[in-house]
Design a binder for this molecule. Structure first.
Ligand code: AOF
Ligand code: ZN
Length: 465
């Protein structure tokens, strides 16, 4: 049904679409090629939500008549009035004769109706050319439109012996520069970066994009913090939130080089977080808005820990505490009733409860309450909320507890696993916390989507079987 040229033209349309990889959020990445016979006369791609779609860009770029031409589009042309008018109208008015598209638009406002409109106008319409490639390119958009949930990609880095850090917590720079630069590209393309309070406390990450040539909006930053124990001075609350930017942040010294950038971008981030919940629109060069998910029954946090200083507590324990925060102290399993937890339980006055909320809100941080199930944040509820906030792809950069929780609740769509050629020894920290298995048959299985070398490190992309 499709010719060799059709395939070539669609390959080019996909390459064009990929140019919007880091900028189209929350829209899909779409490319379009216009050809007269076997000659390409127009090319375009969708760059940014609110700006023209790929078809319009391709039609505009044509330097010769397009009547009677074929349009190759990586996604079914839209038929609705969104931020821009319907592409099917533009194609019909241009008197395009044939439209070949790779995959149906899963958006219920478009799905099937775009193709119908073109057929009704007398065009030849063919679908399904390089459908897999086009689906992959918009894997998050596809999932969100179909299920209302984002694509969950969990990034992990480990040694050859499956350890992520030394027993004393030292973990920075396990992987090399090339692998770390690659992680920045995955941050750049995602709609949101998600972590747990354990990682905030232990590593104090910024969760922003610091990638060369990045032109997109900074992704939403998501912190899962059942009991609101995140220090208000954490870097994640410092850049891109609150008009004060880094100035109002206790741990300002630690914000380092990014402080200036984050500070400058602060107003935009705050507005987005406060108004529409942070899946904010508009370019923000420093850092994205922040949303903290807390248990609906969140206990008052410990004021002593709201200091901006990362404690030296065991990361796994802290990450575990993040998810078990709503468990009343006397019901907590002893393994999780760390010193830190016991201390936290001492200051349960309502005043304590209000202060950090106000402090976080004052920084433009949005706090979302979700149900907690037996003390664990309801992760499907978190993801559903992110879907409502138009998050297509969420990159999880967290500790072994949250990664394990996502796996055991079958919410992981993809693992991005970097393997560094080092041995850390059996005392090091494990990759993910999972319940003990009794039979090898119960082992968690994955299929290898691809493997790529970055310097001396290896990146595996794995999808649960
Ligand atoms: C196309 N070509 O290049 C893209 C499409 O708000 P709007 O107007 O930008 O519409 C966004 C929706 O349009 C999006 O959810 C998806 O269904 C479709 N995207 N369609 O024909 C494009 N980006
Ligand atoms: Zn369109």
């Amino acid at each position: 049904m499709f010719t060799e040229f059709d395939r070539l033209a669609m390959t080019q349309a996909l390459a064009l679409a990929e140019r919007g990889l880091e900028t189209t959020h929350p829209n899909p990445r779409v490319g379009c090629v216009i050809a007269q016979g076997d000659r390409i006369i127009g090319e375009g791609f969708h760059e940014r939500a609110g700006e023209p779609h790929a078809e319009v860009m391709a039609l505009r770029s044509a330097k010769e008549p397009v009547a009677g031409a074929t349009a190759y589009v990586t996604l079914e042309p839209c038929s609705h009035h969104g931020r821009t008018p319907p592409c099917v109208n533009a194609l019909i008015e241009a008197r395009i004769a044939r439209v070949v598209f790779a995959v149906q638009d899963p958006n219920p406002r478009v799905s099937g109706q775009g193709a119908d409109a073109l057929l009704r106008a007398g065009m030849t319409v063919e679908a399904g050319l390089m459908e897999n490639e086009a689906t992959e390119l918009n894997i998050g958009f596809m999932k969100r439109m179909k299920d209302g949930l984002p694509w969950v990609r969990v990034k992990l880095a480990m040694s050859l012996d499956g350890r992520t850090a030394l027993a004393n917590g030292a973990s920075q720079w396990i992987t090399g520069e090339a692998a770390r630069a690659d992680v920045q590209r995955w941050r750049a393309r995602c709609s949101a970066i998600m972590t747990g309070v354990g990682t905030v406390l232990a590593d104090d990450p910024q969760l922003n994009v610091r990638a060369a040539g990045f032109k997109g909006r900074q992704p939403l930053r998501v912190v899962l913090d059942a009991r609101l124990r995140s220090p208000v001075g954490a870097k994640v609350f410092g850049g891109g939130v609150g008009a004060g930017g880094g100035a109002g942040v206790g741990g300002g010294a630690g914000v380092g080089g990014a402080a200036g950038v984050g500070g400058a971008a602060g107003v935009g981030g705050a507005a987005a977080a406060g108004v529409d919940g942070g899946a904010g629109r508009g370019a923000d060069p420093g850092a994205g808005p922040v949303v903290v998910f807390a248990a609906a029954s969140a206990e008052p946090p410990d004021q002593n820990s709201v200091s901006g200083v990362a404690p030296s507590a065991d990361d796994a324990t802290w990450a575990g505490a993040a998810l078990s925060g709503a468990i009343p102290v006397d019901r907590r399993p002893s393994a999780q009733a760390s010193t830190v937890e016991s201390t936290a339980a001492k200051s349960d006055s309502p005043a304590d409860f209000r202060v950090p909320r106000a402090a976080l809100s004052g920084k433009g941080v949005r706090i979302e309450e979700v149900p907690s199930d037996d003390g664990y944040l309801d992760l499907p509820a978190v993801l559903k909320k992110l879907g409502e906030m138009e998050v297509n792809e969420v990159l999880v950069e967290a500790g072994p507890t949250l990664a394990g929780q996502l796996l055991t609740t079958f919410l992981v769509d993809e693992l991005l696993l970097y393997v560094a050629p080092k041995l850390l020894g059996p005392q090091g920290r494990p990759l993910v916390n999972l319940p003990e298995l009794q039979s090898l048959q119960d082992a968690w299985g994955f299929s290898l989507f691809d493997a790529k070398r970055f310097g001396d490190d290896l990146r595996l992309r794995l999808r649960p079987k």
